[in-house]
Design a protein around this ligand. Structure first.
Ligand SMILES: O=C(O)CCC(=O)C(=O)O
Length: 361
């Protein structure tokens, strides 16, 4: 049972200046955003820099795509590059939702390697999708600068500089559609039989990356409250973007920023109501080595064991490893290495580990 919560942070970020560096108003935004992420791990931002018409256009295209017959969409299953379609009940949680993933570096969606994994419907729209991802990435970088500033790190670009848009497949846009169903008990392959979590449209989880931007067209998202026990309904405020911290950044920040569990339930949104959302997952470069930083002024102390959706994170893990582990856990075979590929992957991991910088503040 989730409750509405008047204290859910809603922050005006019109003073977040993505181009001109630090100012006193940017400092205020940085402090407010970071306070929300320390306490809730979630916040809504208003007066953000992503144009409403771009968001609407993405939602409209996404809706049109999801309405195509299942057999057309299923020709493009998700690949290792995090590009492709996943139908209802097809992920680990057997949730009743469809997703279309657009992972990869700028230009990936129109590259010859990805051509066959991008559904034909999207071929004429990839430039728009890429432009939208780019805007999202800029906002993620602005928020990362806020965190470094408010956490008092000597280099305000400490996190931001490790988030190159052209590094790896981790920066992904995921379009989601939770279809309206006639009646609760008529849903095909009702996943309540398979899980102990009654009535989830998306099972409770944390995100694995750094910062997620979530665009939503309907209510339904629930977030674990700061008390760690009760679920709060995330307010749905048209025009706002929901922001949350993922496990890579939660771990890297030494637990100062919180990666919070969230879910979409049938209680939060009745089965006969459709929910559309889009998540942009901002991730650090795959070769980034995650060494938890220590809060300024604190003596170095051992961090508690940190889990990301059941996987233990150990200092020294790279973002690439973490991402592979999580995607493999959710989508299985598509992200599994074949035996020959495994050797290749191991070489890549060694190279990632060797090259990585391990700056600890
Ligand atoms: O639909 C939503 O709002 C939930 C999205 C989400 O949590 C995810 O994609 O990880």
């Amino acid at each position: 049972m989730a409750t509405s919560n008047d204290e859910f942070p809603i922050i005006d970020i019109s003073d977040l200046d993505l181009s001109s560096g630090r100012s006193s108003s940017q400092r205020r935004v940085a402090d407010e955003v970071t306070r929300a992420c320390r306490e809730w791990g979630f916040l809504l931002v208003k007066n953000h820099p992503i144009p409403a018409e771009d968001i609407e256009e993405m939602f409209a295209l996404s809706r049109e795509f999801f309405q195509l017959p299942e057999e057309v969409k299923e020709r493009y299953p998700i690949t290792k590059r995090s590009i492709g379609y996943v139908g209802s009940f097809k992920d680990r949680g057997k949730d009743d939702k469809m997703s279309m993933w657009f992972g990869g570096v700028p230009g990936a969606l129109s590259s010859s390697e990805s051509h066959d994994s991008v559904p034909e419907f999207w071929h004429q729209h990839v430039a728009k999708v890429e432009a939208f991802k780019h805007r999202c990435h800029d906002l993620v970088v602005g928020l990362l600068e806020c965190f470094a500033l408010a956490l008092g790190l000597p280099d305000p670009k400490f996190f931001a500089d490790a988030h190159r848009e052209d590094a790896g497949n981790g920066n992904s846009l995921r379009m989601l559609m939770y279809p309206a169903r006639a009646r609760h008990d008529e849903r095909p392959n009702d996943h309540r039989k398979d899980t102990d979590e009654e009535g989830s449209r998306m099972q409770a989880h944390t995100d694995s990356g750094s910062v997620t931007l979530l665009f939503q067209r309907a209510p339904g998202l629930e977030v674990l409250s700061p008390d760690g026990e009760t679920w709060a309904r995330a307010p749905h405020v048209p025009g706002c973007i929901l922001i949350n911290v993922g496990d890579a950044l939660g771990f890297w920040s030494g637990g100062q920023l919180k990666a919070t569990r969230h879910r979409v339930t049938f209680e939060g949104l009745p089965p006969d109501k459709e929910r559309q959302s889009m998540a942009y997952f901002g991730a650090a470069n795959p070769d980034t080595v995650l060494q938890p930083i220590v809060a300024c002024g604190e003596k170095k102390k051992k961090m508690d064991t940190y889990y990301s959706n059941g996987f233990e994170l150990v200092p020294g893990i790279t973002v690439g490893e973490l991402n592979r582990m999580i995607m493999q856990g959710i989508y299985g075979a598509a992200f599994e290495s074949s035996s020959s590929k495994k050797q290749e992957d191991n070489k890549t991991l060694e190279a990632e580990r060797g090259q990585a910088t391990t700056a600890v503040v």
